[in-house]
Design a protein around this ligand. Structure first.
Ligand code: PBG
Length: 338
């Protein structure tokens, strides 16, 4: 009866062992629950456009719109009231050019929005996406020379973008371009500008995923030619993810991110095992859109399916989750405690 298994547990088995004993009743289940999901772990992505009072609903991301800075501030206030106190900001340029030069202007859309948020909500955690794809007319994440993405030329541009965001008051910059060496280049540029306290959340492990479809509609950033497989990772690879994490940690990343989330839970777990910094997971636009579309048809219970998805991402090892469902989830979680 009391034979011990290799793990030191009783190998008695049924009928002595009955795991259901700890599932009898909500309080008991809550007591032994291994994973928590809390509003403070969620980051809300928002899309900034120029102007005032501008709100352009994004059809493929129900509940989300491209917003001018004043409306971003209002949305951030509403999110903060639910407990979501961190934002990931994307800028969408009205005018795009081959270099993406709108991306690093000190009076550009992201710096302007950051300044408005910083003065209205001093405690808000402001994270900005650093990339060129929302600003280049070709929609690629780097600078093009001779029809190819020029990795090293892109680093300068990306570092300038990061500095312009940090100068405006961003707490953290999040490079999503997947160029080699960008974390180091951004760290050096920030430090040189006296911005040594600005953190870097690197999209360390970003796959070339079909699940970014709705985002590209939102940002108008679908590549005009080719695809992103030359810089984003092959979905078939996991060992390569370990290497990307190591490289970004070596270059000074303060947080490493895995993206997308649901189809890459194994990769999140690997990153958690290797990194001693917080691990973020990006529950991307297509993952949110799938839940919304099925819920709209009555095929899934939106609340249950969303909370289960986010809990699974946490269970896999994500400390924080970037999700379009952040505010809904925070509201549902608050109701659960009643
Ligand atoms: C830009 C960027 C993308 C996303 C975040 N930053 C799109 C892409 O790489 O094509 C995707 C976010 C989402 O789908 O929610 N480099």
């Amino acid at each position: 009866m009391d034979v011990l298994s290799a793990e030191g547990r009783s190998a008695a088995g049924f009928p002595v062992e009955r795991p259901r004993r700890l599932r009898r009743g909500a309080s008991l289940r809550a007591m032994v629950r291994e994973t928590s999901l809390e509003a403070r772990q969620l980051v809300l992505p928002l899309f900034a456009i120029g102007g005032t009072g501008r709100e352009e609903p994004i059809a493929s991301l129900p509940g989300h719109s491209r917003l001018s800075p004043d409306l971003i501030v209002r949305t951030a206030e509403q999110a903060a009231a639910t407990g979501v106190r961190a934002l990931l900001l994307f800028g969408i340029a009205d005018e795009k050019d081959p270099e993406g030069s709108g991306a690093w202007r000190d009076d550009g859309i992201v710096p302007e929005t950051v300044r408005a948020l910083r003065s209205a909500l001093p405690e808000l955690v402001i994270i900005t996406d650093v990339c060129l794809c929302g600003y280049t007319d070709h929609g690629h994440c780097g600078v093009i020379s001779d029809g190819e993405i020029d990795n090293d030329a892109s680093l300068d541009a990306l570092a300038r973008v990061a500095v312009s965001h940090a100068r405006a008051g961003a707490d953290m910059v999040a490079p999503s371009d997947m160029m080699d060496g960008r974390v180091g280049a951004i760290r050096a540029a920030l430090d040189e500008d006296g911005l040594q306290d600005t953190a870097i959340m690197s999209y360390a492990v970003k796959y070339a995923s079909a699940f970014y479809g709705p985002f590209r509609e939102a940002a108008g950033s679908a590549p005009g030619f080719g695809d992103r497989r030359g810089y984003q990772m092959d979905p078939a690879n996991a060992r390569e993810a370990d290497r990307e994490v190591e490289l970004d940690l070596g270059e000074g990343a303060d947080i490493v991110m895995v993206k997308p989330a649901m189809a890459y839970l194994d990769v999140i777990a690997r990153a958690r095992g290797r990194a001693d910094v917080p691990v973020a997971a990006y529950h991307v636009s297509g993952e949110y859109a799938m839940l919304k579309a099925a819920a709209e048809r009555g095929w899934l219970d939106e609340r249950e399916a969303t909370l289960e998805s986010l809990t699974a991402i946490r269970r896999a090892g994500a400390d924080l989750i970037i999700t379009y469902a952040a505010v809904d989830a925070a509201r549902w979680l608050a109701e659960e405690h009643l």
